[in-house]
Every structure is written in structure tokens, then in C-alpha cells.
Design a protein around this ligand. Structure first.
Ligand code: SER
Length: 325
């Protein structure tokens, strides 16, 4: 049985990825690596081992890899695009110095490695419509710079040292468990919370701005199925375009309004977020992922909206009940 370490296990993707991996491989085989101050709680804590792992400190990664005989590392530690613009040195330290630590240990202990890339790895000169798998990648954000470097360094370790590195370019991920923080695509999560709370939503992204998005269950399925894919079929490794839906603010708003009549949205455009969003693809072509490891998403905007509203209603209602007790 495989032993897996998730670095960044209490983050937006890490928290749900750890639980999903535990369903597949058994709780005892999936170690939740977290930074001090962000310890797992609840089900994440109870369902398997957890240990302090700071991606910027190789000794903490090494002791987890040794103590738990780790075979595969999901390296989910990162700063998202907006916050990385205000802390570029830290974004580089976590994204690239951290990745270096992970790859060196993977080389020494023969682990496979998944480190996500992103739509943020593209830039203003990239073709925006059906962005091809192999195309111009000249991002102007520090987040994007770290993601292109992630792709290159991961491929380098594969070709030079035979480390089994694999990755996808995640679109904006929409989820209802752990909120994202400091990303350009966060609005597509925040809008659901506003709808369920009965608040008016103030959208920081301009009408008509298309971006690729994906519902969390599809994102988890992508990461796990790529790591399970037959290596001999993979022509691309770092990193595959994956896509399931692309929409602008008015489209997600309309989809919510069908189920929450009277929901209101106004625009107050954030210029940094808008500049970043304008530099990213409108839609990605994921044909290589489909043909090399049978990638296929399950959710579209309508089915995601139904599920998000249902889950958030339960979650926020539970919270309200606990507070009033
Ligand atoms: N969700 C990320 C961000 O907005 C993009 O991958 O920064």
C-alpha cells in the first residue's frame, strides 16, 4: 500500500485532497503535513496521522518522509496570485525553494511528486481562447513566475534524475469546505457564500471577464487520477491543461439567481485582480489530458451551483445553530 504525504494539508485544496486520498488509500496511509498554527481539526485530524511539515524547511519534510515511509508527495503549499504580488519573496521561497526541497528529497527517497501549476502560468501574450497545451508562457505575476518555474523544475527532475513528477494547470477552484485566500478567482467562491447568507455580492471582477473554473471534486479527481495514470502513456507531465467550465461573473450570477431569486450583485472592480484576470486564459484546451490519462470532468456550472448552494446552506445553518446554543 502506498504511503502519501500531503504538504499544505490544511489549505483550500489540501484539506479536501487529504480526505479524498484517505478514502482511496486508507486513513493511516495519508499523512497531513501542516505548518505550525494551522493544525488540522475535526475529521481531518481524526481520520489519520498529521505532522508539522514546513515546505521551506527540508528537515521537517525529511523526517515525515522517513518516519512514514512515504512513496508519494502532494506538494500543495503556495501563496495565491493576489497575495503573492504583495509578498513576492515569500511566494518564491514557498513555491520554488520549497519545491527544490521536495524534489531533492523525492530524488533521495524515490517518491513521486505532484505539485500543481495553474492558469496563472499563462500571460497576456498567451492565446486566450482554447489555450493550447504547449504555448507561450510569459506570466507577469510572481504567482505565475513560480508556477512556470514549477513546471520546468519538475520536468528537469524527471528527465535528469527520473523523479516521477506530474502536474496539472488548475483553473480557479470552487469549494465549500476551506475558503481560498488571496486568489484572483476567489470571487467565484465568495459569490455563493453571499447568496446563501442573503447578502448583496460586490464583484471585484468586470462583467464579461472569462476565466476557467472547476468544482473541487473534479480537481481532486484530476490530481489523484493523474498520479495513478500509466506512466508510459504520459507525453506531457508538467503540467496538463485541465478544464471543465469557463464563465464570466454575470454567468455564475445568473446560474445562482435561478435557485436564489432576488439575489443581488453589483460591481466594484479591483484593478489588480482585473489585470491578473485579463492576462489569464478565457478557456483552456485540455485535449492532451483527455487523451493521455483519460481526464474527464463531472460537473458543469449548473450542477456545481446546485451542489454548492445545498452544501453551503447546511454548513452555514450548522454554524448558526452552534453559535446560538
Ligand atoms: N486560484 C488561483 C488564483 O486565483 C489561480 O490558480 O490565484
Amino acid at each position: 500500500m502506498k504511503n502519501i504525504l500531503v504538504i499544505g494539508a490544511t489549505g483550500q485544496i489540501g484539506s479536501e485532497l487529504t480526505m479524498e486520498l484517505r478514502k482511496h488509500y486508507g486513513g493511516a496511509h495519508v499523512v497531513a503535513g501542516y505548518i505550525p498554527g494551522a493544525a488540522p481539526t475535526g475529521e481531518l485530524k481524526e481520520s489519520g496521522p498529521s505532522v508539522v511539515v514546513d515546505v521551506t524547511d527540508a528537515t521537517t519534510i525529511e523526517s515525515a518522509v522517513r518516519n512514514y515511509s512515504i512513496d508519494a508527495i502532494y506538494n500543495m503549499a503556495a501563496l495565491l496570485s493576489v497575495v503573492a504580488e504583495s509578498k513576492p519573496a515569500l511566494a518564491w521561497k514557498i513555491g520554488i525553494d520549497g519545491l527544490w526541497n521536495v524534489l531533492e528529497l523525492a530524488r533521495a527517497y524515490r517518491c513521486s511528486v505532484f505539485t500543481p501549476s495553474s492558469i496563472g502560468s499563462f500571460g497576456p501574450e498567451t492565446p486566450h481562447f482554447m489555450t493550447p497545451q504547449d504555448t507561450t508562457q510569459r506570466p507577469r505575476t510572481m504567482y505565475g513566475v513560480t508556477k512556470v518555474s514549477t513546471e520546468l523544475l519538475s520536468d528537469y527532475y524527471f528527465h535528469k534524475y527520473g523523479v516521477d513528477t506530474r502536474s496539472v494547470r488548475f483553473p480557479g477552484i470552487i469549494s465549500n469546505v476551506t475558503p481560498p485566500g488571496g486568489g484572483t478567482t476567489d470571487y467565484a467562491v465568495d459569490i455563493y457564500y453571499a447568496a446563501v447568507r442573503g447578502d448583496k455580492f460586490v464583484c471585484p471582477i468586470k462583467e464579461g471577464t472569462l476565466m476557467d473554473m472547476m468544482y473541487m471534486p473534479d480537481a481532486l479527481h484530476a490530481a489523484i487520477s493523474l498520479m495513478e495514470a500509466d506512466s508510459s502513456r504520459l507525453i506531457h507531465r508538467n503540467a496538463f491543461n485541465i478544464a471543465s467550465m469557463s464563465f464570466a461573473p454575470e454567468t455564475i450570477y445568473a446560474s445562482i439567481c435561478k435557485q436564489v431569486p432576488g439575489f443581488e450583485m453589483v460591481y466594484n472592480v479591483d484593478s489588480l485582480k482585473q489585470t491578473i484576470a485579463d492576462s489569464w486564459p478565457d478557456s483552456m484546451d485540455d485535449a492532451c489530458a483527455r487523451s493521455e490519462w483519460d481526464w474527464q470532468p463531472s460537473y458543469n456550472l449548473e450542477s456545481m451551483t446546485t451542489d454548492m448552494l445545498e452544501k453551503l446552506q447546511k454548513k452555514l445553518l450548522n454554524k448558526a445553530t452552534i453559535v446560538s446554543q
